[in-house]
Design a protein around this ligand. Structure first.
Ligand SMILES: Cc1cc2nc3c(=O)[nH]c(=O)nc-3n(C[C@H](O)[C@H](O)[C@H](O)COP(=O)(O)O)c2cc1C
Length: 229
C-alpha cells in the first residue's frame, strides 16, 4: 500500500468513526470547540517571506488554542475556471473538473477562518492563488449573472485574513491592490475580513523575519483569529 492509499484508508476510517469533517486528510476534529484556521500558502518559495509570516500567524494562533493547518498551493494541481456555469445549473453543484481543488475546497469548508497568503507578482497574486479564487466561483450559491450586487457561498459567515509580501517599500502601489483583490473575493463569498498584513518584505528568501513590525502584526492577527475564528 503506498502513502496516498494509506492516507485515504486512514481518513475513511476516521470519517466512519465521526472523527473528522472533511476528506481526504481533513485533520480538523469534529467535536472540538477550538477555532480551526486554514492557511493557504500562495508562494512557490517554501520558507520564503510569505510562508514565514503565515507560519508565524498560525503558530501564534495555535499557542492561543486554535487548530491550524497550512496548505502549500504549489503542491497541488488545479485547473483554471472555465466559466462553463455547470456549477450553477439547477442549483449549486461541485465543479465538474476532477483535480485537487476539491481537496482544498473541503478544507475551506471545514475551517472557521481562512488566511490567504501571497507574494506580490506584478502587482497581483501568484497564479496558484488566482486559481483558487477563480475555482471558488463554484462555491458561490448563484451565478454572478443572477446576483449582481451581493453574493454568498458555502463559505458564508467564515472569517478571513490576508498576508501580502512584496519587495517594494511602496506597499500602497504594489501590495494594496492584491489585498483588495482578496478582500473583494472574501466579500463575494460572504467571508468577514478580520485583518490584513501588507508587508514590504524584501527580496531575499525569509528576510522578512528581521522585520519586527510585520512579524508582530502576524502574531497579533494569529491571536485574534484564535479567539474570533
Ligand atoms: C515574478 C515576480 C514578480 C514580482 N513582482 C513584484 C511587484 O510587482 N512588486 C513588488 O514589490 N515585488 C515583486 N516581486 C518580489 C516579491 O513579491 C518579493 O520578493 C516577496 O518578498 C517574495 O515573497 P516569497 O519569499 O514569499 O516568495 C516579484 C517577484 C517575482 C518572482
Amino acid at each position: 500500500m503506498d502513502r496516498r492509499e494509506f492516507t485515504k484508508k486512514t481518513v475513511k476510517t476516521a470519517i466512519a468513526a465521526g472523527l473528522v469533517i472533511s476528506s481526504p486528510s481533513g485533520l480538523f476534529s469534529k467535536q472540538s470547540s477550538k477555532k480551526k484556521i486554514l492557511g493557504l500558502a500562495g508562494s512557490p518559495r517554501k520558507q520564503g517571506n510569505t510562508d514565514t509570516l503565515l507560519t508565524t500567524l498560525l503558530d501564534a494562533a495555535h499557542k492561543e488554542g486554535a487548530e491550524t493547518e497550512k496548505i502549500y498551493l504549489i503542491d497541488h494541481h488545479i485547473q483554471p475556471c472555465l466559466m462553463c456555469e455547470k456549477c450553477h445549473e439547477n442549483g449549486r453543484k461541485p465543479c465538474f473538473q476532477k483535480d485537487d481543488f476539491h481537496f482544498i475546497a473541503e478544507k475551506m469548508v471545514a475551517a472557521d477562518a481562512i488566511v490567504i497568503a501571497s507574494p506580490v507578482y506584478w502587482i497581483t497574486v501568484t497564479s496558484s492563488v488566482k486559481l483558487i479564487l477563480d475555482r471558488a466561483y463554484s462555491l458561490i450559491n448563484q451565478s454572478l449573472a443572477v446576483s449582481l450586487t451581493t453574493c454568498n457561498s458555502i463559505l458564508n459567515g467564515k472569517t478571513g485574513a490576508i498576508i501580502v509580501c512584496g519587495n517594494s517599500k511602496d506597499t500602497q502601489t504594489y501590495g494594496e491592490p492584491l489585498a483588495n483583490t482578496i478582500n473583494h473575493f472574501y466579500r463575494w463569498m460572504g467571508i468577514q475580513l478580520a485583518g490584513k498584513i501588507v508587508a514590504s518584505a524584501g527580496f531575499v528568501k525569509g528576510e522578512v523575519a528581521d522585520n519586527e513590525i510585520v512579524m508582530n502584526q502576524a502574531v497579533e492577527l494569529g491571536k485574534k483569529l484564535a479567539v474570533s475564528g
